[in-house]
Design a protein around this ligand. Structure first.
Ligand SMILES: [Mn+2]
Length: 316
């Protein structure tokens, strides 16, 4: 019989919701011990940190489960960024992720609970470094944003496995225009496509965006922005007016890497809301914006080869 997994979406410090979801899924804890289930294991898709109020409690809960073998956890882009923020460049000039105002803003909830010069900041960053970039479980793949064979093989060949390299090798993952930079970007944030000028938009933080996310899980024969790029409802145009939405501008075929494999893949990252749904019979996203809407989602996997929205569980 195949193993059973509950793949849990981006927690982002929402520890009370995480405890509620684990309880609903039948996980229990004895005293101060780790949460566990008699015949299932939890799998975290990454992005445990930033944004929410329970950074430390979330990390302690998940880390205890991983160390006890009752859960697995993959690396999210927020943990990756935290590593870069904490790590000096080899030349000693600054850090892999620049400590500017924008990056501080995205990371401040974490830094509030783990001050950068505090004793346990280095310890938690070292733990992040042990998290794999993807998980290959029996009958199931888990990765933070996108399973792209091309980019996964690039990262795997470089480091002989799913883990982050160290030193100068790690620095290349933070170096724009390096092939490994694009590879880590696709795996942890998903592939994007450049938009024509008239379709640039401002996101929820008011930042002007020149790229849109591609729906790598299902792309049509002749993909266009309208059918294969992710439009974020409520975004505005460059001038702050309501955005008209994407049009039928064709997407270059080379930009699209559809997931055609039969092995189901679970991702997080995409900040969905609304009703629970799969992306395709072999892909599902379990990120429903826990920290914004308060709903954390898990996919209950029992070895099936075709995924179903009926196996998605939300709390509350
Ligand atoms: Mn993410």
């Amino acid at each position: 019989m195949s193993e059973r997994f509950d793949v849990i979406g981006d927690v982002h410090g929402s520890v009370a919701v995480l405890e509620g979801l684990l309880g609903k899924l039948g996980y229990r804890r004895t005293g101060d011990g780790p949460w566990e289930h008699p015949d299932r294991r939890a799998v975290f898709v990454g992005d445990l940190v930033d944004r929410g109020p329970g950074q430390r409690r979330t990390i302690e809960l998940v880390r205890a489960m991983v160390e006890a073998g009752t859960a697995f956890a993959a690396l999210g882009n927020h943990e990756f960024n935290a590593i870069g923020y904490a790590t000096r460049r080899a030349g000693g000039e600054g850090h892999l992720r620049e400590r500017n105002r924008k990056h501080f803003g995205q990371h401040q909830q974490f830094l509030l609970e783990y001050p950068v010069d505090g004793d346990d900041h280095a310890d938690v960053i070292d733990w992040f470094r042990t998290l794999p970039l993807w998980l290959e479980l029996p009958g199931l793949r888990v990765v933070h944003a996108c399973w792209s064979d091309e980019h996964i093989e690039l990262l795997r060949a470089e480091h002989d496995g799913p883990y982050l390299p160290t030193g100068a090798h790690l620095e290349r993952l933070f170096t724009k225009d390096h092939p490994l930079y694009e590879a880590i970007d696709v795996v942890l944030k998903g592939p994007e496509v450049l938009l024509p000028d008239h379709l640039h938009y401002r996101d929820k933080d008011g930042q002007l965006r020149e790229k849109a996310r591609l729906m790598w899980w299902t792309v049509s024969h002749r993909p266009t922005l309208r059918d294969s790029a992710v439009f974020i409802p409520g975004s505005t145009d460059a001038d702050g007016n309501p955005h008209p939405g994407f049009d039928d501008t064709p997407i270059p075929a080379s930009a699209v890497r559809p997931y055609r494999d039969q092995v189901p893949v679970v991702v997080g990252h995409y900040w969905f809301d609304g009703s629970l749904r799969t992306l395709s019979p072999s892909a599902v996203c379990v990120d429903y914006s826990a920290v914004r809407h308060g709903q954390l989602v898990a996919y209950r996997f029992d070895g099936e080869t075709s995924l179903s929205h009926e196996k998605m569980i939300a709390f509350p």
